[in-house]
Design a protein around this ligand. Structure first.
Ligand code: AMP
Ligand code: MG
Length: 409
């Protein structure tokens, strides 16, 4: 059986990142949140756009005021006032100053701002009481960014700060990767939708909903194929359709060793290459990963147990989906935490235990979810934001000890 790290390595090697030329679309800034830039964005404006004042005060010529102090103040004639948004009309000569406000453009002839706290104003005269530094409180044109260079790199995800940068640079049409299409199939004769009345023996298909939400949270487009019965012929038709229509297929159920577990066999019949058939992980051991010669689809056959399904998605599908989306250098995030409870495992497989991570006095503490940690119990999975990892070979991490925890976004 493959280790978790081996399986992760194989999966990442199989990922075919979307093409930065073919797999793109243009979105406007309003709709860019969460999208991933396909190419570098080159701005056409310097930032700051022009020399401007960082403070309220007076724009002066440094040479006029460089030697002044409270004991030998210097008087300057205030010949104009410039507010933010004004375009200065006058040029400032020696012994003159301009009243200026934060963000306003520096007038010609000036090079330094004296803050108003260091001045006394009487009529058209301002008395400078302290020598500023040369160019003090001047934000120079292009000091933070020069037009013509990349302002944002391809492969970054657009969040609030990137939106601010793009807005400032007046980059309103953006080339982003299309969202990956992810087909979701729930296999199992026992499954019904949440709307259907439950008959004895039936189980509600929670995976379809969980996985569609997971995909959407990770920037993909979920394509719901619904419930597929455990009948090889029908299952094969669905799987073929899914493979042909998606970048990634996620099927749940039918990958174990039971009599009705047909997925692996069907994938082989469809000329799939099975790269992974099981992983030494708990929950989620019977994970199947396949690719197909005829198209670029990456297939994940995920165990049906609802907890196994989500843990498999977090641990294995998420890095693949994120990388495939064009996101540069996506990595799962791990922290070291102190566990508040004993963490038990059988020792043969890398074991993921769900619960909540809290910051207490600057340290992470992991609180194991209460109740059963059976892979069939999805009830206590709610509010999970971390998975504590018990490595292979360990059977107990005692309360108060350190544990590695994977963060769930
Ligand atoms: P399987 O992997 O098909 O052997 O299923 C393992 C367990 O997960 C069984 O108890 C199934 O009833 C349950 N299960 C399978 N698929 C789903 C699903 N889509 N939603 C909820 N439970 C499921
Ligand atoms: Mg099944």
């Amino acid at each position: 059986m493959l280790s978790v790290n081996e399986a992760e390595g194989i999966i990442l090697d199989l990922v075919r990142v979307l093409d930065s030329v073919k797999d793109i679309e243009t979105v406007d800034l309003e709709n860019a949140l969460g999208r991933i830039l396909a190419t570098d964005v080159i701005g056409k404006l310097d930032f700051p756009h022009w020399d401007n004042s960082a403070m309220d005060g007076y724009a002066v010529r440094y040479a006029d005021v460089k030697d002044c102090s409270e004991d030998s103040p210097i008087n300057l004639e205030v010949i104009t006032e410039i507010a933010a948004g004004d375009r200065p009309k006058e040029s400032i000569q020696s012994k003159q100053a301009a009243r200026i406000f934060t963000g306003a453009m520096l007038p010609e002839g000036t090079d330094t701002i004296v803050i108003q706290e260091n001045t006394i104003r009487e009529g058209d005269t301002v008395t400078i009481l302290a020598a500023p530094k040369l160019e003090e409180f001047v934000r120079h044109q292009g000091a933070f960014y020069q037009a013509g260079t990349p302002i944002l790199q391809g492969g970054v995800q657009i969040g609030a700060p990137e939106i601010a940068v793009l807005a400032t640079a007046q980059c309103t049409q953006l080339s982003v990767y299309r969202r990956p299409r992810v087909a979701i199939l729930s296999t199992g004769d026992e499954l019904v939708t949440p709307e259907q009345p439950l008959q004895p023996g039936q189980i509600v298909d929670s995976n379809q909903y969980a996985l569609a939400s997971f995909v959407a949270q990770n920037g993909g487009i979920p394509i719901k194929f619904g419930i597929v019965p455990d009948r090889p012929k029908v299952l094969k038709e669905y799987i073929l359709k899914a493979i042909e229509s998606a970048d990634i297929v996620l099927s749940t159920g039918g990958v174990s060793v039971g009599d009705y577990d047909y997925v692996d066999r069907i994938l082989a019949e469809l000329s799939g290459t099975l790269h992974i058939c099981s992983v030494a992980v708990k929950p989620g051991k019977p994970l199947t990963v396949a690719t197909f010669d005829d198209n670029n689809c990456l297939y994940f056959g995920i165990p049906g147990n609802p907890v196994s399904a989500l843990v498999s998605c977090w641990r294995f599908v998420q890095p693949a989906l994120r990388r495939l989306s064009g996101l540069n250098n996506y990595q799962p995030r791990f922290v070291t935490a102190t566990t508040s409870y004993d963490l038990k495992a059988a020792g043969r497989r890398e074991t993921y235990l769900w619960g909540q991570l809290h910051l207490v006095n600057d340290n992470y503490e992991f609180a194991l979810a209460g109740g059963s940690h059976s892979s069939g119990n999805l009830i206590n999975l709610a509010q999970t934001n971390g998975l504590a990892i018990v490595p292979v070979g360990e059977k107990l991490i005692t309360a108060g000890s350190k544990v590695k925890v994977m963060l769930i976004d």
